[in-house]
Structures are given as structure tokens and as C-alpha cells.
Design a protein around this ligand. Structure first.
Ligand code: BV8
Ligand code: ZN
Length: 242
């Protein structure tokens, strides 16, 4: 018997109970703005001030938010299972703040900004303070700083994506939590895991395109569902640490 490997694949719904808005669904961010208006390189080129201020506002909310019961339960699993890799589409760093150590950020992070021209990285609070007028600050090279997130039409960061694909291909269980599973290539990781023999678990208040792949679906809020799932995962893991 080989060590039990768990991949937890998360989306905006895992942070909903921390008070952060989701993207799609009722009350979601994209009901008010269209993604192609703000979360693209073209939008930033057209109106950098607007896009920067939108991220600065979201950063303020994410910084003020606290990890919830779902983030905390996922972090506790590290002590119970041989391998836990958290693959997240979220940019809020709440998994890390809850104590998860192996977190792959597929869509980058809002906690950093980088220069469009030379790639120099600074942390977001510093970047916001540099430009009291509210627009994107300039790098020392003269280039414009942008949030370190992945916009539509941009390639995902290679190293975390490759590690995530490797973890998905080797997983015993992949648990998708709070994601509408509509954004590719991230959503494809669950299909990859399933095709490689992983059991698919889904925690989501609603059905998603993944539901048809799932061996087990739990239609509850993540903060309630995940603590309840621990015993079930332990039964599957069966103490397999090596
Ligand atoms: C790329 C970061 C190529 C910044 C985001 C195939 C077909 C068609 C199009 C494509 C395709 N492959 C790729 C594309 C294009 C595009 C794409 O997927 N489009 C979609 C619309 C089809 N993909 C891309 O552009 C990607 N890049 O493909 O590059 C390339 C190749 C070579 C060279 C150059 C380029 C990049 C996509 C990255 C987009 N970035 N955000 C920011 O946040 O501002 S996307 C955005 O959606 C979010 O950030 C998040 O990361 C992502 C996924 O959303 P979810 O996290 O799932 O959130 P959502 O709101 O949708 O769902 C929440 C769920 O939670 C709901 O289901 C709800 O029921 C549930 N829920 C709510 N409360 C709770 C809950 N569940 C449990 N408990 C609760 N309490
Ligand atoms: Zn620069």
C-alpha cells in the first residue's frame, strides 16, 4: 500500500464564508462588471487607473478577511494525511494564513505587484502606498506596476501549474471545493485526476460541470461540509503514511 495522496482544488466559494464575494452566481462580482472589462491585459492597457483601483479595493477586502472553518480544516489535514497539496484559483492567500504549507496559486496573488517592463516584484501594501493618487505606481525602471494575478488570455505560471498537474495525476482523491469549474486550464486538472484514477469529491452549494465526474457530492457550505468530511477521508486513507 502506498501513501495516501489528497489534492484539494479550491475556488472563490471556499472564501465566501470569510465575507469575500464569488465571481459567478447570485451576487457575484461578474454580475456588476464583465471579466473582459477588467481582468485582461487589454483593459489594463486601456484604463490602468480603473483596473488598478479595482484590485486595490479587492486587496483591502482580502487583507481584512480572516480564514474560515473550511481553510482551517484543510490546513489540519496536513497532520492527518501523508500528502496534501492545495491547488487554488484564489488570489487571497487565505489558505496560507490558515496554515496550509503546500499551496499552488494557479492564478497568482493579489499580495504582490510586478513591473510590466522588467518583472521587479514588490508587495501590494508598498505598491499602494507608493501612489497616493490611486493609480498603478511606476517601477524604478519607469515601467508600470500591475497586480501579480493571471488575467484572461494570459498563460498560467508554469512551475505551479506543472506541479499541480503532477499532483492531480498521482492523487488518490481530488476534492473540489467552492469552484464553478468553468475557467481553463485550471478546471481541467480535475478531469486529469479523474482520468488518472482519482476519486472525485465535490463540495459546492450548486451543481457544476464537475458534478457528473464526482464520486461523491456534498451540497453544503464549505465551512460546514469539510469538518464533516474528515472522518470519511480518514476511512479511505486507512492510515497509509508510506
Ligand atoms: C489561458 C484571477 C492560454 C484574477 C481569473 C477553453 C475553451 C474556452 C475558453 C478557454 C479555454 N481554455 C482557456 C480559455 C480561456 C479562458 C477561459 O477559461 N475562459 C472561460 C470563460 C471558458 N482562460 C484563460 O484565459 C486562462 N489562460 O487559457 O491562457 C494561453 C496560452 C498560451 C499563451 C497565452 C495564453 C487564464 C484564466 C485566468 C483568469 N483569472 N482571476 C482576479 O481574480 O481578478 S478568473 C476567476 O475565475 C477567478 O479568479 C477564479 O480564479 C476563477 C474561477 O472561479 P471560481 O473560483 O470557480 O469562482 P466562481 O465565482 O466562478 O464560483 C464560486 C463557486 O462557489 C460557485 O460554484 C458557488 O456555487 C460556490 N459557492 C459559493 N459559496 C459557497 C460555495 N461553495 C461552497 N461553500 C460556500 N460557502
Ligand atoms: Zn521595472
Amino acid at each position: 500500500m502506498s501513501a495516501f495522496r489528497l489534492v484539494v482544488f479550491t475556488g472563490a466559494g471556499v472564501s465566501a464564508e470569510s465575507g469575500l464575494g464569488t465571481f459567478r452566481g447570485p451576487g457575484g462580482i461578474w454580475e456588476r462588471v464583465r471579466p473582459e472589462e477588467l481582468a485582461t491585459p487589454e483593459a489594463f492597457a486601456r484604463d490602468p487607473g480603473r483596473v488598478w483601483r479595482w484590485y486595490a479595493d479587492r486587496f483591502a477586502a482580502m487583507r481584512a478577511a480572516e480564514p474560515n472553518a473550511a481553510h482551517r480544516e484543510i490546513a489540519r489535514w496536513q497532520e492527518r494525511f501523508a500528502s496534501v497539496v492545495v491547488v487554488t484559483q484564489n488570489i487571497d492567500r487565505l489558505h496560507q494564513r490558515a496554515g496550509s504549507r503546500d499551496v499552488l496559486e494557479l492564478h497568482g496573488t493579489i499580495w504582490e505587484a510586478r513591473c510590466e517592463a522588467c518583472g521587479f516584484v514588490i508587495d501590494m501594501p508598498t505598491a499602494i502606498d507608493l501612489e497616493p493618487g490611486g493609480g498603478p505606481p511606476r517601477c524604478r525602471c519607469g515601467g508600470r506596476m500591475r497586480p501579480c494575478v493571471v488575467w484572461f488570455g494570459e498563460r498560467l505560471p508554469e512551475a505551479p501549474f506543472e506541479r499541480a498537474a503532477d499532483a492531480a495525476a498521482r492523487a488518490d482523491v481530488i476534492l473540489a471545493v467552492g469552484t464553478s469549474a468553468t475557467i481553463y486550464p485550471a478546471a481541467g486538472l480535475v478531469e486529469l485526476a479523474a482520468a488518472s484514477g482519482a476519486k472525485v469529491f465535490e463540495v459546492n452549494r450548486e451543481a457544476t460541470p464537475l458534478s457528473r465526474l464526482a464520486h461523491r457530492t456534498i451540497r453544503k457550505a464549505a465551512g460546514e461540509a469539510l469538518p464533516e468530511l474528515t472522518a470519511e477521508l480518514e476511512a479511505i486513507a486507512g492510515g497509509r503514511f508510506e
